[in-house]
Design a protein around this ligand. Structure first.
Ligand SMILES: [Zn+2]
Ligand SMILES: [Zn+2]
Length: 218
């Protein structure tokens, strides 16, 4: 549990926002709580009662997948959406057990899109989690799933064990479980392929799409 005062104090301490923005963000948390109550959970009281980043992210993604809510956001220049992100950042700084504490920018954490009607959520946090990385490498090895590049084969000893880990997870399973499964959710990609799948701002290529491009560059 926290308060609007603590939240706005945090925003001030970052020295990133004008006082008027800080005021607006503070007010926005109550409006977002109403949005959650209206759209997701009747009787939802206040976001200030929740400081668990995982739970907050859950609400965030469910709320902004609702087209009507997102449309409204667009007309308000995503004011509440931004306030919500800042609030999650703030909660990351007060909950020291949370994996988001050192996360520099929340907009890196999730990217979502529709693929044949299916929503996809990508978590860059999972890609940076060293224990998840280690399990993914143990399971999948260090050869790129996109182009079969292997750093050790190319560079010898210095390349041994080097690979980037990419996170792909369907939204439905993301909402049902907050646990990242390295078997199904994480894949090894070389640095080039990884940059390419994240090349577009609002669109992350699937492994199938990546392979199609590699096999058929036009
Ligand atoms: Zn590759
Ligand atoms: Zn990635």
């Amino acid at each position: 549990m926290t308060t609007k005062e603590e939240f706005t104090k945090y925003l001030t301490s970052t020295e990133k926002y004008a006082p008027s923005t800080i005021y607006t963000y503070g007010q926005s948390i109550e409006l977002i709580s109403q949005d959650i109550s209206n759209n997701l959970e009747i009787g939802f009281k206040s976001l200030f009662n929740i400081t668990d980043v995982n739970i907050l992210q859950d609400y965030f993604h469910r709320l902004y997948l609702i087209p009507a809510v997102m449309e409204m956001e667009e007309t308000q220049r995503k004011r509440k959406n931004n306030a919500f992100k800042r609030y999650i950042e703030f909660c990351g700084t007060i909950d020291t057990n949370n994996f988001n504490v050192n996360q520099p920018d929340l907009k890196d954490i999730f990217e979502s899109r529709t693929e044949g009607g299916q929503k996809i959520v990508i978590s860059l946090v999972a890609e940076r989690d060293s224990s998840l990385r280690a399990s993914a490498i143990k399971i999948h090895g260090t050869t790129c799933f996109g182009c079969n590049f292997n750093f050790k084969s190319k560079y010898g000893e210095i390349g041994e064990g080097f690979i980037e880990i990419h996170h792909v997870k369907p939204l439905s399973s993301f909402l049902n479980s907050k646990v990242v499964d390295p078997y199904t959710d994480l894949i090894p990609l070389c640095s080039n392929c990884h940059r390419i799948v994240h090349r577009k701002k609002d669109y992350v290529l699937s492994l199938i799409e990546l392979k199609e491009i590699i096999n058929n560059p036009n």
